[in-house]
Design a protein around this ligand. Structure first.
Ligand SMILES: Cc1cc2nc3c(=O)[nH]c(=O)nc-3n(C[C@H](O)[C@H](O)[C@H](O)COP(=O)(O)O)c2cc1C
Length: 363
């Protein structure tokens, strides 16, 4: 199975399946002398772990990160950092009823046809359990970026047709506090309440619902991103689209920009002596020509309603015969509350990779 690594200079390789012994990540290229705050890595994993609230899957995993290498006396040594997270609460028998069946809109059919073998227990490698390894690596990337004054904030801005109003992004600490004060991780408390109620209703109906995550990255200097294929937004797009269940990515004005006129959409420069050049608006989402322009980087990621619903559905089995399938066990009615931290992690990995390219003077 190819494609288990991501990034060029700040590079991760993840391994492990949902119902194997453990999942983990090897991080290559993390610079030396970064303070590796283990409590921070754990707090990031805690935001993704299952069983957090009534609106997430009830699988119970403590998701304890074990750092196996690359850290000495609390600092990165510049050698590969390996982090392993054991699997605990597998209940693999919960999946025996779908052993020979293909879940509609999941990865069972494509994996079976491509590889001729698949770990049906929770989807094996196609399970979003793999993303815990990315969150651990993303935490290391965030610690590296912190040293350079770069911060990332994401929150749930939409669930189904519910949409949070645009936020004032000036106080990131306060936004994180509000986001973490509600189980849906929306930084607008009134919308959060509506979202929670809606997701709970969907869950009681045995169904699932999609949602959107908005992200802002502050403190990125001018010049990150390569001008042709490895544009900063292209790499962010790949990172986001590599997350399970993601169906859409847009940066800056995104699809709404295509409905505007150039005279409305152009970001006008303001030059003030002694200050970095700014633009009045930021429809470019902080990236022009594939290169960061010093403004906040903004993007949105859209997640589908995930496949496993607690209802009977028509499907086919491995012999191609028609059959029915019904979700059993523990599943997420809406994945965005847990995906917020995955989005932040993948964004951190992209920015860390591009920051290293920028520092190595690949301009
Ligand atoms: C945090 C998170 C949790 C998920 N939980 C579930 C789940 O409980 N049930 C499910 O069917 N899919 C779940 N998914 C989505 C599947 O992993 C994904 O739909 C599947 O691998 C097929 O890939 P695709 O949707 O990207 O095509 C989850 C995704 C994320 C990001």
């Amino acid at each position: 199975m190819a494609g288990n690594s991501f990034g060029d200079l700040f590079r991760i390789t993840t391994y492990g399946e949902s119902h194997g012994k453990a999942i983990g990540v090897i991080i290559d290229g993390c610079p030396s002398q970064i303070d590796i705050d283990e409590a921070f890595i754990q707090s990031e994993l805690d935001k993704r772990k299952p069983g957090q609230s009534k609106i997430t899957t009830q699988r119970k995993e403590s998701d304890i990160a074990h750092i196996l290498s690359g850290v000495f006396e609390g600092q990165s040594t510049g050698t590969p950092i390996a982090i392993q997270i054991p699997n605990e609460d597998q209940r693999s028998k919960d999946y025996s009823h779908i052993k020979d069946k293909f879940r509609p809109s999941h990865a069972d059919y494509t994996y079976q046809v491509k590889y001729g073998i698949r770990d049906y227990r929770g989807g094996g490698r196609s399970s979003a359990r793999e993303t815990a390894a990315r969150v651990a690596a993303g935490a290391i990337a965030k610690l590296f970026l912190q040293k350079h004054g770069i911060s990332i904030f994401a929150h749930v801005s939409g669930v189904g047709k519910l949409e949070a109003p645009n936020l004032d992004l000036s106080d990131m600490n306060d936004l994180v506090r509000v986001r973490e004060s509600n189980i849906v991780r929306c930084a607008d408390p009134a919308t959060a309440e509506e979202m929670i109620e809606f997701i709970d209703q969907v869950r009681k109906n045995g169904d699932t619902v999609g949602g959107r995550i908005s992200t802002v990255i502050t403190g990125v200097p001018v010049g990150l991103g390569e001008p042709v294929f490895d544009k900063l937004h292209a790499d962010l797009g790949k990172a986001m689209m590599s997350i399970n269940a993601v169906h859409g990515f847009e940066y800056g004005s995104g699809f709404a920009g295509s409905e505007m006129l150039g005279s409305e959409h152009n970001d006008i420069f303001v030059a003030e002596e002694g200050k970095p050049t700014q633009t009045i608006t930021n429809f470019s989402g902080g990236i022009q020509g594939g290169i960061s322009n010093g403004m906040d980087i903004t993007f949105r990621t859209a997640f589908k309603p995930v496949a496993t619903i607690m209802r009977d559905q028509a499907t086919i089995d491995e012999s191609g015969s028609e059959t029915t399938i019904s979700g059993k066990g523990r599943h997420d009615p809406c994945v965005v509350p847990r995906a917020v931290i995955i989005v932040e992690a993948m964004a951190a990995l992209v920015i860390a990779d591009h920051l290293l390219k920028y520092q190595s003077n690949a301009r």
